[in-house]
Ligand binder design. Structure first.
Ligand SMILES: *Cc1c(COP(=O)(O)O)cnc(C)c1O
Length: 443
């Protein structure tokens, strides 16, 4: 079933059927599981989500950077249907199958660097991050892991420890895993002495803090998102990542790039760290990998990945055959349809319009991101004081008009845009018109 690529509002948002379902949710689903926009989905395709009231919403969220190839992408649907009819599960650790091997081959080929690589597959991003840490510890014989301010790495115990933001991710859920240390991120917009000093000073602080507070000889891994996701699409100051990676190599520390949100053509490259020529030792992927099916991976240097004894990595569902079939179809779509090029096209359409907003409205403190991973940071005009209330109000205004937008940021003051890479220019402009109008209505 294909979905017509246009916005259509038939009721207020959310409509009566969605509201009724939301009441059922309240009575049946744990309230800790929140929803950004309580419209209940009936179907979706490309860049449009259709709700149970017949409203058609423009999707600037992709289910948090997951449906990069579009929702219900034709190749993915076909591959999943064929695989699910052939077999649904055997457990790769019991009786293996080709799909898992083929996904590993693709990941080894597409991730940065020409060195010998191996991959292991898991179910969720958090699980991939946990396994990257296991591998780094096993390989180095060290325990400490260094993560950054504004980082987001997941919601399991170890990944909560790696994640920076307390509310809602960590608050009340401690104690957290040990041997996790946090250092400042090279966040140009908020660097105290100005963006021009950010890379140098952040790198110096990083080196000094790891040396003095952790010890290089105790440090197994440094983990970083090449563009931070939940933390507010913070793009590290140019040169910072490369210097951190180089410093890690000099000290035998595993440099882990968490590309769970930024990977798979999202930023205009296959992986965001390619933009600066950074080659990670280990890279974690998930979200965009499989067109919406749950799959995640760790890919990295063969000697590190293979340091773990047989049986030390795995999981019942890791690399499920249906998810693997979806991943192969999603990757084929990215290659055949040049979705890296599509992300660059989206940037060239969206970025000037976001910059125009910044010129018009003092509340836009910063416009940043790359490819189809773009954001505006909202502040009280003339200051850099975060304005989370305006951010929430603008997002709600977009939702009412049938545009799915997401917020982010440590201070809750970032509007982030993650359209599917197959979205048409007309929908993109229409979504931006809605955003314009939302700003005009809150000026
Ligand atoms: C979403 C995300 C995770 C966690 O992935 P889950 O599949 O939700 O466990 C980890 N790291 C980054 C950068 C993410 O964006």
């Amino acid at each position: 079933m294909t979905v017509e690529q246009r916005r259509l509002l038939t009721t207020e948002i959310p409509g009566p059927r969605s509201r009724a379902l939301h009441e059922r949710k309240g009575a049946a689903v744990a309230s800790g599981v929140g929803t950004t926009l309580p419209v209940y989905v009936e179907r979706a395709g490309g860049g449009v989500v259709v709700d149970v009231d017949g409203n058609q919403l423009i999707d600037f969220g992709s289910g948090i950077a997951v449906t990069t190839v579009g929702n219900a992408a034709p190749r993915v649907v076909e591959a999943v249907q064929a695989q699910v009819a052939a077999f649904t599960h055997t457990c790769f650790m019991v009786t293996p199958y080709e799909g898992y091997v083929a996904v590993a081959e693709k990941l080894n080929e597409l991730t940065p660097g020409t060195h010998d690589k191996r991959s292991a597959l898991f179910n969720s991003g958090a699980e991939a991050v946990e396994n990257a840490v296991k591998i780094a510890r096993h390989h180095t014989g060290r325990q400490a892991v260094v993560a950054f301010d504004h980082a987001y790495h997941g919601r399991t115990n170890l990944t909560m420890a790696l994640t920076a933001k307390s509310m809602p991710y960590k608050s009340g859920f401690g104690p957290f895993a040990g041997e996790v240390y946090r250092v400042p991120m090279a966040y140009p917009y908020r660097w105290p002495t100005g963006p021009e000093n950010c890379a140098d000073e952040a790198f110096a602080t990083f080196v000094e803090q790891v040396h003095a507070q952790v010890g290089e000889q105790n440090t197994a891994a440094v983990i970083v998102e090449p563009i931070q996701g939940e933390g507010g699409f913070v793009v590290p100051a140019p040169g910072f990542l490369a210097r951190v990676a180089e410093w890690c190599a000099a000290h035998g520390i595993v440099f882990v790039a968490d590309e769970i949100q930024s990977g798979f053509c999202r930023t205009g490259d296959w992986f965001a760290c390619e933009f600066e020529g950074v080659v990670p030792d280990l890279i974690t992927t998930a979200k965009g990998i499989a067109g919406g099916l749950p799959l995640a991976a760790v890919t990295g240097r063969a000697e590190m990945m293979d340091a773990v004894h047989t049986g030390g990595l795995g999981g019942t569902y890791g690399g499920n055959p249906v998810a693997c079939a979806a991943a192969l179809a999603a990757i084929e779509t990215m290659q055949a349809d040049d979705l890296c090029g599509a992300a660059k096209r989206i940037e060239s359409t969206m970025l000037p319009r976001l910059q125009a907003l910044a010129e018009k409205y003092g509340s836009v403190g910063d416009v940043r991101g790359r490819g189809a991973m773009l954001a505006v940071e909202l502040v009280e005009p003339g200051t850099s004081t975060p304005d989370p209330a305006l951010t929430a109000a603008l997002s709600a205004a977009c939702h009412r008009e049938g545009l799915i937008t997401l917020t982010a940021g440590t201070y809750g003051n970032v509007l982030r845009f993650l359209p599917p890479l197959v979205i048409g220019d007309d929908l993109l402009h229409e979504g931006l018109d809605i955003l314009d109008a939302a700003f005009a209505g809150h000026a």
